[in-house]
Design a protein around this ligand. Sequence first.
Ligand code: TXA
Ligand code: MG
Length: 319
Amino acid sequence: MKLSSKKELDQVSLGVEALCKGNLVVFPTETVYGLGADALNPTAISRVYQIKNRPKKHPLIVHLVSDQYLKEWATHIPDYAFKLADDFWPGPLTLILEKNKAIKDFATGSQNKVALRVPNNPIAIDLLREFSNRGGLGIAAPSVNRFGEVTATTIEVIRNEFSQLLLNEDIIIDGGQSQIGIESTIIDCTNEFPVVLRPGWVTTEMIQNSVGLSLDKSSFKIKTRHSGAFKSHYKPRAKVYLDVTPKQGYGFYALSKFQTPSGVIRLGAPKSIEEYAHNLYLALSDADRLNIEIVSIFSPQGNGLANAIRDRLNKASNK
Ligand code: TXA
Ligand code: MG
């Protein structure tokens, strides 16, 4: 793991200071940037909802420094959830668990379940560790985007689109472009079997191998509110057309093996599925910055990460 530089540590200290005073901190994680607030401060949390224009009853993920804090937040944790935490934390996996009664409702959008994740990014870990040294129990952080819109994976996009929504007292920590580029896998762990609510870098196969259980196929019956369940999400202002040959003036995002037709604006030519995920949201943000009206995207084939990417593409292209 990369050690934080002096400049990053200074940013972390400022970030912790801001959290302790009830202000917000934009911080990097390995998936995407988070808009962080002290998970136990109702005023700070309500600012997060307001800035994101997010429905009030829509819960946030609470980020923990380690799985040692699991029991502060959750109760009746099934064995398979401990196994998942053991195998994938710190990492791009969020577990939905029954909420500990001691945790107030505002932290979970009035649900009796809580979403927990230990991120794997050196700055996020430093921030969480220093915050816990100061008595913090967790940082609630959604992705940095207005509700339904494209998620930010770089500081430049955040500065362009979010600066005016933040206060001078809030802190933005630059951690470079997000490594993975799409949000964490979310697993509902409140049933007998794990249920995938949002696909991500941690794939169904990886989860099945870890817990030795097959995943519950009845996810459509789960009534948990989660934005991943919306048909339309992650949308740029531009219209997104999937798997349609781009015409003159269209933006175009596809693996490098696909050529760019003349007059088409190439927004990215990733060489692998990993690079595809890493640059996808940046390409969509670029389309808006360039005032492109239509973007054609060739979706990647296959399982695993490609499946998680197609989930985002289907939502970005939904009318
Ligand atoms: O990678 C990620 O998960 C990023 C980084 C910042 O950690 N965070 C993120 O947060 O994507 P957000 O708020 O954009 O998406 C979290 C999802 C939402 O769909 C939310 O509804 C769902 O998690 N969620 C949160 N708490 C939940 C709960 N108690 N039950 C069911 N779903 C929940
Ligand atoms: Mg989000």
